[in-house]
Structures are given as structure tokens and as C-alpha cells.
Ligand binder design. Structure first.
Ligand code: NAD
Length: 292
């Protein structure tokens, strides 16, 4: 079993670090929040006082931080602390593609291998160890990261070189944001045309309009499987996080000169919903705004 440093023990990182400890790894955990550190202790990790202390003699350092600037700051501390050249850096945060590539290049210049490994799946999947990891990095980096990530997830997929894990994540979530808005619109149109929501679901879920947003995450309460819609849009994937990912997708699209008008529109709609004070609701709650 490996000695692993885990930095960023928030909503997602807390459960992920706990699963590494449960799998028998020696986990040194660090977060700026003392409550998060206490929770990590209860979950079988050893809380320490800095990222550098967590990283001492670590075979791998996993980060689960809010955004690119936090990852860059923590990596700067790690490089300054002279971590072992054999240490593998695994960043599971969702960050911009440009920063993901930059930190990997800086790591390489320090003789260290880094991979980006953002996740699909929310807090429930982080706690249950059923996340999907999309990994950007070399074949060797992926091979080394895979068994560690497997202790926290049900699927670990190699996307390509550094940055492609983040590319997969934001392209996927741009698709999800746009299909959720389209699914909500379709239900509202059906309703206005006098169609019962359950009947529309029964038809569309086995027709060409079918999508994950409809059959696995239906935005209409009482229709389809149990989803956040059945719990007043509490829990699930917060609108604020969807908006974050749509903005990252827009930024990456602009840098790559990719035309993504549906993604741009979805970002505008989620921005409006968040500005209306609804950023904490699940992203399927956008149906309430569209309903007017
Ligand atoms: P969070 O805000 O709950 O946790 C982030 C943690 O990082 C906090 O505990 C914070 O104290 C800590 N932190 C910040 N700067 C630090 C530093 N310099 N050193 C040590 N700790 C530091 O966020 P989260 O919901 O756990 O999300 C983490 C990442 O996962 C984000 O990039 C998010 O986009 C992504 N993500 C979240 C979800 C979700 O459903 N919450 C799903 C998929 C991906």
C-alpha cells in the first residue's frame, strides 16, 4: 500500500481521502479548514499542518481543490519543498485546460510526473467510491495513477496527454448543461401542448430525444427515477458548479477557436439562474426559470 498525500478535503475530497484510507493506503491529509481535517482523522487519515508536510516521502499527491489558482499555489509549495522526484502528482480538481497543461509542464521541468484526473459523479459518488476518472498524462503516469484512482472510483479512463482529462470533463459537462436545458424545454413544450409529463417521458425516453438528462436525471418531479427534482432540487449537482464548468468550457472553446453556440447559450441561462440566487439548487432546477 502506498503513502499518499491528499490535499483539499472538502465536499468531494473528504470522501475520496476516506476511501483511500479504507483501501489500506497511508493517507496524510491537509486542508485549510480544521473541521475538514477533523473529519479526515475520523475517516482514518493522518491530518497534518501543511501541504509540504503531507507530501514528505509520499509516493503520490492527490489534490481536490476549487480552481486552477489553488492547484498552482499548492504545487508551487510542493516544488519549493523539494518533493521526491519519484512522487506522482494527481490533480482531481476541475480546472481550466491551460493551467492543467502548465502545471504538468512545470512538474516535468522539476523531474516529476503529473496527471490531470478530474471526476464525473458528485458527493454521493465520492463517498461511495464510484466516481469516473478521466485522466490526462503519459502512458506511464496513467499506469501509476490507475490503481490509486481505482480505490476511489468505478472507472478510470485514459483520455490522452496532459490536459485531455480536463478537456473530456468540460466537453462532457457542456453537453450535459445543454441537454438538460433542452430536456426541460421539451417537457415544457409538451405540457403547453396538452401532453402529460409521464406520457411524454414514456415516449421520448425510448425515442430519438432520449438522453441521460431525461432517463437518469429527469428534471420533472414524480417522473422517471428518483432524482433531485423529487427533493425540491436539493442535493445533486449544484447550479453554481455547472456554471463553473460551462465557463471553463467557454474559455477553452475561445482559446481553441471552437464554435460552441449551444454551450454559450447554456452558460448564459445558468448565469441568469445563479444571479437569481438559485446557485445552490441542483442544475435540473433550471426548469423552474424556464417555466417563468
Ligand atoms: P469544496 O469547496 O467543498 O472543497 C475544496 C477544499 O479545498 C476546501 O475544503 C478548501 O478548504 C480546500 N482548499 C482550498 N485551498 C486550499 C489550499 N491552498 N490548501 C489546502 N486546502 C485548500 O469543493 P468540492 O465540492 O469538494 O469540489 C472540489 C473540486 O471538485 C472542484 O474543482 C469541483 O469543481 C470539482 N467537482 C465537484 C463536484 C461536486 O459535486 N461537488 C463534482 C465534480 C467535480
Amino acid at each position: 500500500m502506498a503513502r499518499i498525500a491528499f490535499i483539499g478535503l472538502g465536499n468531494m475530497g473528504g470522501g475520496m481521502a476516506a476511501n483511500l484510507a479504507k483501501a489500506g493506503h497511508d493517507v496524510r491529509a491537509f486542508d485549510l479548514s480544521s473541521e475538514a481535517l477533523e473529519r479526515a482523522r475520523t475517516a482514518g487519515c493522518l491530518p497534518v499542518e501543511s501541504a509540504a508536510e503531507a507530501a514528505e516521502d509520499a509516493e503520490a499527491i492527490v489534490t481536490m481543490l476549487p480552481a486552477g489558482r489553488h492547484v498552482e499555489a499548492v504545487y508551487a509549495d510542493l516544488f519549493a519543498a523539494n518533493i521526491l522526484p519519484t512522487t506522482l502528482l494527481i490533480d482531481c480538481s476541475t480546472i481550466d485546460v491551460a493551467t492543467a497543461k502548465r502545471v504538468a509542464e512545470t512538474a516535468l521541468a522539476n523531474g516529476i510526473t503529473a496527471v490531470d484526473a478530474p471526476v464525473s459523479g458528485g458527493i454521493g459518488a465520492a463517498n461511495a467510491g464510484t466516481l469516473t476518472f478521466m485522466v490526462g498524462g503519459t502512458d506511464a503516469g496513467f499506469a501509476e495513477a490507475k490503481p490509486i484512482l481505482a480505490a476511489m472510483g468505478q472507472a478510470v479512463i485514459h483520455a490522452g496527454g496532459n490536459g485531455t482529462g480536463q478537456a473530456a470533463k468540460i466537453a462532457n459537462n457542456m453537453l450535459l448543461g445543454a441537454t438538460m436545458v433542452a430536456t426541460c424545454e421539451a417537457f415544457l413544450l409538451a405540457e403547453k401542448l396538452g401532453l402529460d409529463a409521464q406520457t411524454f417521458y414514456d415516449i421520448s425516453s425510448v425515442s430519438s430525444g432520449q438522453s441521460w438528462s431525461m432517463t437518469r436525471y429527469c428534471p420533472v418531479p414524480g417522473v422517471g427515477p428518483d432524482t433531485p427534482a423529487d427533493h425540491e432540487y436539493q442535493g445533486g449537482f449544484a447550479t453554481a458548479l455547472m456554471l463553473k464548468d460551462l465557463k471553463l468550457a467557454a474559455e477553452a472553446a475561445s482559446g481553441a477557436r471552437a464554435d460552441t453556440p449551444m454551450g454559450t447559450k447554456a452558460a448564459e441561462l445558468y448565469q441568469r439562474f445563479a444571479d437569481d440566487g438559485q446557485g445552490g439548487l441542483d442544475f435540473s432546477a433550471i426548469i423552474k426559470m424556464l417555466r417563468g
